[in-house]
Write a protein that binds this ligand. Structure first.
Ligand code: ZN
Length: 74
């Protein structure tokens, strides 16, 4: 099973787009729950990690300075 890798500061794409029309979210807090901020309207929401992993489609940009390298699953 593929494991989704994400970290604080990542820009992720969600399966469902936000009412504002954007489906890109930035991870601004990690913990038991994850706080994400909509890139389009800057609205932030707190969602349980399990729900986030289910609704997250992919990481668009990683916060770590390794842009350009393809993300590989182990
Ligand atoms: Zn929005």
């Amino acid at each position: 099973m593929e494991r989704k890798v994400f970290q604080l500061g990542d820009i992720v794409q969600m399966k469902k787009s936000h009412p504002c029309g954007s489906n890109e979210m930035e991870i601004i807090r990690m913990g038991m729950d994850i706080r994400i901020k909509c890139v389009g309207c800057k609205h932030s929401v707190l969602i349980p990690r399990a729900k986030f992993e289910k609704n997250m489609k992919k990481v668009l940009r990683s916060a770590e300075g390794d842009q350009g390298s393809e993300m590989t699953s182990i």
